[in-house]
Design a binder for this molecule. Structure first.
Ligand SMILES: NC(=O)c1ccc[n+]([C@@H]2O[C@H](COP(=O)([O-])OP(=O)(O)OC[C@H]3O[C@@H](n4cnc5c(N)ncnc54)[C@H](OP(=O)(O)O)[C@@H]3O)[C@@H](O)[C@H]2O)c1
Length: 248
């Protein structure tokens, strides 16, 4: 019960990596509020994690704009009775050559993966600073490397790491730790449209030779949110089967 008596908001907790983190947090004793776009997906995750009697709650909202982030985070934090942990796991991608990306396609990824992460951090700040706590944002392998056919995604994920490092430095004085996780490849809705040859390439570039299983992502988030990580801030943890470690 490493997160007992802690309250967490997980943006993007209605699916994939965020849902796995929500379940992991609940199993460690946290009270969780999940935010996502679609209510039916939120309800499905709540149905699963509330079998642990966790009292988890949810709220549907499109989190691309600052005011939407403030409204949703304020409401969920108040309903939880305070906030110790924010997880940013919202994200989308569009696979397309850079020269062909429309302005709308480019901005939709930047708004969702980058701007929303920053606005959620801003929204959570006044709540978390009351008693201290932590923020964990999901970056990507594409936060560390150029990523052909996903320039907007790579820009957003490099930006998530920049936000993480900067807020870690600014908010250490408020007793708020800020870290990120860079997952390798996991089967989720986001990766469901991967063409088989791209999925095979991803597997072949991963030293462990496979995609991650969703429960394998929660451990890093639980560690970063827990007191065990009390001196860890501004860090990025790769959970990637060795992808970023490899050269030739
Ligand atoms: N899967 C991977 O291999 C992988 C690898 C590296 C990094 N990541 C990152 O991990 C994070 C989670 O992705 P995932 O793979 O778990 O994908 P996913 O299953 O599609 O989950 C994405 C989540 O973000 C929510 N979301 C998207 N746009 C939103 C918006 N405008 N407002 C509020 N919520 C929004 C989705 O809600 P709805 O479903 O209702 O839209 C969903 O809960 C993303 O940041 C992604 O870039 C994933």
């Amino acid at each position: 019960m490493r997160l007992a008596a802690m309250n967490a908001i997980i943006v993007g907790g209605s699916s994939g990596i965020g849902a796995s983190i929500a379940e992991g947090f609940v199993r460690e004793g946290a009270k969780v509020g999940i935010i996502g776009r679609r209510q039916e997906k939120i309800d499905a995750v709540l149905g699963k994690i509330n079998k642990y009697n966790s009292g988890a709650i949810g709220r549907a909202a499109d989190m691309r704009r600052r005011q939407a982030c403030i409204t949703a985070v304020d409401a969920v934090a108040d309903e939880l009775g305070g906030l110790d942990i924010l997880v940013n796991s919202q994200g989308i991608t569009i696979v397309k050559p850079s020269a062909e990306l429309s302005e709308d396609e480019y901005l939709s990824v930047i708004d969702t993966n980058l701007n929303s992460v920053f606005f959620c951090c801003q929204a959570a700040y006044p709540h978390i600073r009351k008693n201290g706590g932590s923020i964990i944002s999901i970056s990507s392998l594409a936060g560390h490397r150029g990523w052909p056919l996903a320039v907007h995604y790579a820009a957003s994920k490099h930006g998530v790491i920049a936000i993480t490092r900067t807020l870690a430095a600014e908010w250490a004085a408020d007793n708020i730790r800020v870290n990120s996780i860079s997952p390798g490849y996991f089967h989720t809705e986001l990766t469901s449209t991967l063409k088989p040859e791209r999925a095979a390439l991803a597997t072949s570039r991963t030293p462990m030779g496979r995609f991650g299983d969703l429960p394998e992502i929660a451990g890093a988030a639980i560690f970063l949110a827990s007191k065990e990580a009390s001196y860890v801030t501004g860090a990025d943890i790769a959970v990637d089967g060795g992808f970023l470690a490899k050269g030739l």
